[in-house]
Ligand binder design. Sequence first.
Ligand code: HEM
Length: 352
Amino acid sequence: MVRLVMTDSRFSLAGLDPNEDTVTGTGYQSSSGMLRQDVPHIRRIRHGIISLFSEQSIAPWREEVEEVADDLISKLPDGHQPPDLNKQYFEPLVVRAVALSAGITKEESDKLYDFSNKVLVRVETAEDRARICGAWRELYDYGSNLINRKLSDPDDRLLSKIFVQLKNTHLNDDQIVAASGTILAGFYTPFGILSVSAVELFRHPDVVEACQKESTLWERTIEELMRYKAHFNFFLPRVATEDVTLGDVKIHAGQVVLPSLHAAVNDPESFTYPNVFTTHRKQARCNIVFGAGPHFCPGAALSRQWLQVGLERLFTTLPGLRLTKQYSDLKWQPGSISMPKEVLVTWDKEHI
Ligand code: HEM
């Protein structure tokens, strides 16, 4: 049902009252932002840029992401003890992976990460609206300077190429800035996914052991981690533009529907025994965690690359890696993904 709504053009994002999107803050972006467009406009925006995000296009940066991961892991014994993987590994890994893939400095990536945290937040009170709209505006100002710089001095990384393509779509400057803003904010979302995946792996040492023996298993393990726990818990609101009947449900024109990714990944018609964590599923990929239809996440391949590198390097470099406390003692914080506040770890240090 979730996929049906997301792929059916009778359900609109553009027609949604921004106040109805009280879930992720994306409804408060400019009306030219990507997550406020319907087909055919969103197809025109995405047409030139989607191939830039393909597995093939991003593959050349994998080794550099591995080097970043190895560098951060090598510093874990010297930093704060016991290390908090959130602060000392996952967060800096994503910030630096964005920097190298996007073609920006670490300082610029820190700044964009800060914006991302301010715009992609759960909306709880009326005052949140003004704050989030203000943060989007600041992000647009920052993005606008970045666009001018990358267009006048392009490199071979993502942002230069994206900006050139957006320019070629004959969007006006404000529309280019708004579309770029959606992309810039999205870059940092794998942080929480990494953190939740790691603590789930600590509960499944048999799976870690199997991946250590056979590294090709990481790919399907990460898909199952995203399906089982490490996905966004938000709804993806859409409004019906006409009366629609889906199965035996009648939805009237103007009604808002709230497709839930969490429901989709737990649908027994798509995944047998959905509440069981298993790396032996027939359908190894779990694309629905990245949405579906015209707004399917362009960052899916990048995210998969960073998750694979981030978890594989960590669990294969540090033998016996484990939490310093029980899983049940972890403190969780709410957000677009509910994630542990800190992930304190130790490992068998005599082996390295
Ligand atoms: C594991 C990490 C990620 C997950 C689970 C994820 C998930 C999603 C989902 C579910 C949507 C669809 C929203 C909707 O239809 O309402 C989406 C859209 C989007 N994502 Fe991601 N995302 C991730 C990482 C990224 C990254 C790394 C980028 C980097 C650029 C990114 C950029 C975007 C953009 C620009 C959109 C809007 C696309 C459009 O409107 O056409 N995401 N993402």
